[in-house]
Design a protein. Structure first.
Length: 172
């Protein structure tokens, strides 16, 4: 009878652990709400502006993240490219950490600085949310992220205006 109690306790513990993991994973797969993104953006606008300026000044850089740097003429590197001082790379990383972002990317046509704040998925089924700066208003804007989430799949990437030239960018 005692062994049955221990089996029941262990089985209950395992079920509780699995249920907890499922809840944590499902919550982490949800994109942040538009209100949280705009609040965080306003609280760290200076850092976003600095990331944008630095990235657009670094003409050869496509992506900077804690996993490395991607340039337009080389594969991913764990070190900054030639010509970028290590201190500048560390400044990029510090600003990413301050904003809670994962990476900063530069699109060339049209010019855009995209600061990735959330991503979930695998391979071709990855979803992203970023805060982007564009030189001019993009044609594919929507009123809100919630409206975007209600559109049928497959979805095309969209922009939601925050302030000035700043937008929320979402895909999937």
């Amino acid at each position: 009878m005692r062994s049955f109690k221990w089996v029941a306790i262990i089985l209950s513990s395992v079920i509780a652990l699995i249920a907890s993991l499922i809840i944590v994973v499902s919550l982490s797969m949800r994109p942040p709400r538009e209100s949280k993104i705009t609040t965080d953006f306003r609280a760290h606008r200076a850092e976003y502006e600095q990331l944008r300026k630095m990235l657009l000044d670094d003409k050869d850089v496509d992506v900077i993240a804690d996993w490395g740097v991607l340039t337009n003429d080389s594969p991913i590197s764990r070190t900054p490219p030639d010509g970028m001082p290590i201190k500048r790379y560390q400044e990029h990383l510090a600003l990413l950490k301050d904003t809670g972002a994962r990476a900063v990317a530069q699109m060339r046509e049209p010019p855009e600085a995209r600061i990735l704040i959330w991503g979930s998925g695998w391979g071709a089924d990855t979803r992203h949310v970023a805060v982007s700066w564009l030189a001019s208003e993009p044609p594919n804007t929507m009123a809100s992220l919630e409206a975007f989430y209600r559109t049928p799949k497959p979805r095309n990437p969209v922009y939601i205006h925050i302030d000035g030239n700043w937008y929320i960018w979402a895909d999937w």
